[in-house]
Design a protein around this ligand. Sequence first.
Ligand code: FES
Length: 147
Amino acid sequence: MSDTYTLYNSTVMDHFMNPRNMGDIRDADGVGEVGAAACGDIMKISLKIKDGRIEDARFKTFGCGSAIASSSMATELIKGRSIDEAMNFSNQEVVDALGGLPPVKIHCSVLAEEALKAALEDYVKRHPEKATQATKAAPVAQVAHAT
Ligand code: FES
């Protein structure tokens, strides 16, 4: 195994090598696509939302192993959450669930948070009547991108 792999723990490697929820949702209710200025990687998350809860979440990521693992874990974590709960989702949850990421790779998990919030914002744009206090208070355009 190459030295590169020693950067990542076994959970990160599992989600990188066997990503969950990869792909698109054909008739998604919200789609968010974001890019990391620092590295040029791109992440897209699409959501199926039913009765105010995330029924399904899928991703497509053009990026590093940490970004792929982060998107895989993020889509696992957010299924079943309400819109408000998802708006409060933080990249730290991804990092914790993955058992940690190298400091230089934390921004990859931030990308997952941003893509999720962009997808939720897209959902609210399509269904303004579904806006909640959380979605009104935290528009995606104001989400900071830490590197
Ligand atoms: S190095 Fe850019 S998302 Fe991982």
